[in-house]
Design a protein around this ligand. Structure first.
Ligand code: PMP
Length: 301
């Protein structure tokens, strides 16, 4: 999910003095924008967010990310206090002002300042934050070698309590899964739903390839409907690969010919092993590599 999980710096931090953050109508230098300790985004994780990439100075799929941001907000009864077009314009301005050409944008909408009670009606003014920053990526060789992944014991959050399709400020289940991966010495984790079906990684969607067919869990499996996942659908269609949205279990991943993760920050990255079982050839397979090459071409087109 987040850019900071990755390994090597690709672009330097913007110079001090460069406005990279927009908070409720004002521009701030990197790290200078502050919110109140009474903001319910902090107190209760009450808010939503997005992560969008900038390639060669241009936003990639900003409209889809803003659609998901506004849908996430709507689902938690949070009104973003400006139309989508205005937020898009602020975002484009953030990119321009920052001078960053290869970067990552974080949108945050918090419930805003209230009292210490949970009632959202006491927070009448949501805060809108746009952060333009650089991004750290996996080194290129990782895309070829693939990731070592383990299954997390922490399942994704129950669909019944909050749909995983809401990209909310409460990422604790995913953080706990990530911690398990770190402690196991893995690069990433596979999260299951409480019935044991494959859901997603700590910040990426999951695909497998079996006999030339791509398979990935459907949104109702309890996943974030990834923008990159949707781009992979388009690329696969163009390349003539069949894609099936279907429930998967770990057996399907262990016995796949190829497996990969998709996300805004990590793009398309192969899985070389899950829980000690080598997947396919134990490195990026031909379809994963083809899709990655197509993705690279698209983001720079
Ligand atoms: N699942 C989770 C939990 C995520 O945080 C992300 C990253 N936003 C994804 C999947 C991948 O979504 P996208 O392709 O839109 O980045």
């Amino acid at each position: 999910m987040t850019a900071s999980l990755h390994q090597s710096a690709k672009t330097p931090k913007p110079d001090a003095g460069v406005p990279t953050t927009w908070l409720d109508g004002q521009w701030y230098e990197r790290g200078q924008a502050m919110i109140s300790v009474y903001d319910h985004g902090l107190l209760y994780g009450d808010g939503v967010f997005e992560g969008t990439r900038v390639y060669a100075g241009k936003t990639f799929r900003l409209a889809q990310h803003l659609d998901r941001l506004y849908d996430s907000a709507h689902a938690i009864w949070l009104d973003i206090p400006m139309p989508k077009g205005e937020l898009a314009a602020i975002t484009e301005e953030a990119v321009k002002r920052s001078g960053i050409t290869e970067g990552y944008i974080r949108h945050l909408i918090t419930r805003g300042v209230g009292d210490l009670g949970i009632d959202p009606r006491k927070s009448p003014k949501p805060s809108v934050i746009v952060i333009m920053d650089t991004i750290k990526l996996w080194p290129e060789e990782v895309y070829e070698a693939g990731l070592k992944v383990v299954t997390a014991a922490t399942p994704i959050s129950q669909r019944e309590s909050l749909s995983p399709r809401v990209k909310s400020l409460n990422y604790l289940a995913h953080v706990m899964a990530k911690v398990e991966g770190i402690q196991a010495g893995a690069d990433e984790v596979l999260m299951l739903d409480s019935a044991g079906s494959v859901a997603e990684a700590s910040g990426q969607n999951v695909f497998i390839v079996k006999s030339g067919i791509l398979r990935t869990p459907p949104p109702y499996a309890g996943i974030l409907k990834g923008v990159t996942r949707e781009v992979v659908f388009e690329l696969a269609r163009d390349a003539g690969y069949e894609v099936q949205e279907t429930m998967l279990n770990r057996y399907d991943v262990y016995t796949a010919d190829e497996a990969f993760l998709t996300g805004t920050a990590s793009e398309i990255v192969a899985i070389r092993q899950l829980d000690g079982r080598v997947i396919g050839a134990g490195k990026a397979g031909p379809i994963t590599r083809d899709l990655r090459a197509r993705y690279q071409a698209l983001v720079r087109s």
